[in-house]
Design a protein around this ligand. Structure first.
Ligand SMILES: Nc1nc2c(ncn2[C@@H]2O[C@H](COP(=O)(O)OP(=O)(O)OP(=O)(O)O)[C@@H](O)[C@H]2O)c(=O)[nH]1
Length: 366
């Protein structure tokens, strides 16, 4: 059955991405203000180079925000910010920042990284940064490295960083797990709320929703549509003669047969009991009658059976087009009246009047 709506997990992913982007914009503004501030502090402490470097990082963050504002590219916004923050932490570790406290800023990285990337990428980037820190700590004589740290500081730094990273990893993994479970539950719930359990077709509630959507489309752009209300003839006899399970099997088989006859864009629903409704978008009354007639013929030729017993089945249907009514209530009422007249005229037929049923050509008399 073709879905006319966007899948809910896509909507949830989209809103999560939008939330992350808003968070990143907020964090970027805070980072710029902070870099301006500590850059100013370094300037007044006569650490002019350090101040310029911090302001330059602030300028990179602003540039990243501007690129995002222009392109709306969220992946680039994330990648840009992670790269700038990674470089900034590298600089702070190499130089020691103010009074050798630069590495302490590294603690900001694990939660940010795991939240913004997937667990694998986050772990890989984090390990790479830790490797840089190990090299800088172990080889203070390397070019550009101006900071030297005590052994105690290094041990405590790596121990606490490892603890924090593992903790962030576990928290993020359980957050993602919980999110997935919730999404699966929401999907299952949505499916159950819109699907008929026995046949797997849309249920009445879902069909009402789709009918209203189609009506809006008709009112907006004049795309007409039709419906066919179908009832299995003398279904009570099938139940009485062959049992309820056989009746259920006939309903399932009929649903599958109907699905194979309609187009991908049509929607079939179990309207209740042994009654079904097909919504036919962009279909005139005449086209709908032709389809209903084709379905009637397929059903009468089909060999329904249960536990080796054959069960002949026929259907009657009432067809109506929105162009003849203008409202869903009236459309359904008219289809129901036509179904009633098809039953009254002897069953195994389509109404309004179909002149040449046997040849498969349906003609309406109104
Ligand atoms: N097996 C089964 N039977 C159902 C289900 N829902 C409704 N029915 C049966 O469908 C039968 C409908 O009977 P009626 O409304 O008298 O209509 P009919 O026998 O089809 O006769 P006409 O509509 O006049 O052709 C009833 O016996 C219901 O119990 C279902 O889910 N499974």
């Amino acid at each position: 059955m073709a879905s006319l709506q966007q899948p809910s997990h896509q909507i949830a992913d989209e809103s999560e991405e939008a939330r992350v982007s808003r968070l990143l914009t907020g964090l970027s503004v805070m980072a710029v203000l902070f870099l301006l501030g500590i850059g100013g502090k370094a300037w007044f402490a006569e650490h002019h180079t350090h101040a310029w470097v911090l302001w330059a990082f602030g300028a990179f963050v602003v540039a990243n925000m501007l690129v995002y504002a222009q392109t709306g590219n969220r992946a680039r916004q994330k990648g840009g910010l992670i790269s700038i923050v990674g470089l900034l932490f590298g600089y702070l570790i190499i130089t020691g920042g103010e009074s050798n406290t630069g590495p302490l800023w590294f603690y900001v990285f694990p939660p940010l990284l795991f939240y913004l990337t997937d667990l694998k990428t986050g772990t890989a980037v984090l390990l790479f940064c830790v490797l840089i820190a190990v090299v800088v700590f172990q080889f203070p004589q390397l070019p550009f490295v101006t900071a030297e740290y005590s052994t105690d500081f290094k041990i405590r730094f790596f121990a606490t960083l490892a603890f924090e990273s593992i903790f962030c990893f576990v928290l993020e993994a359980s957050r993602l797990n919980a999110r997935k479970e919730l999404m699966d539950m929401a999907l299952a719930h949505k499916f159950a709320a819109s699907t008929d359990e026995l046949t797997g077709l849309s249920n009445r509630r879902d069909m009402h929703h789709r009918l209203n959507e189609e009506l809006s489309r008709y009112q907006r752009s004049g795309h007409h549509f039709s419906v066919a209300l179908i009832d299995l003839d003398l279904f009570k006899q099938i139940n009485d003669r062959h049992g309820h399970d056989a009746g259920d099997q006939v309903l399932r088989d009929f649903a599958a047969l109907m699905q194979s006859v309609i187009r991908q864009t049509d929607v079939a629903a179990r309207w209740g009991g042994e009654e079904f409704l097909i919504l036919l978008p962009d279909t005139s009354l005449l086209q709908a009658l032709t389809l209903a007639e084709r379905l009637r013929q397929r059903v009468s030729r089909h060999e329904f059976s249960f536990a080796g017993q054959a069960m002949p089945v026929t259907i009657s249907a009432g067809v109506c087009s929105i162009a003849k009514t203008g409202s869903i209530n009236e459309l359904l009422k008219q289809a129901d009246l036509h179904l009633y007249s098809a039953k009254e005229s002897g069953r195994d037929r389509i109404a309004p009047r179909v002149r040449t049923q046997e040849s498969g050509t349906a003609l309406a008399d109104n």
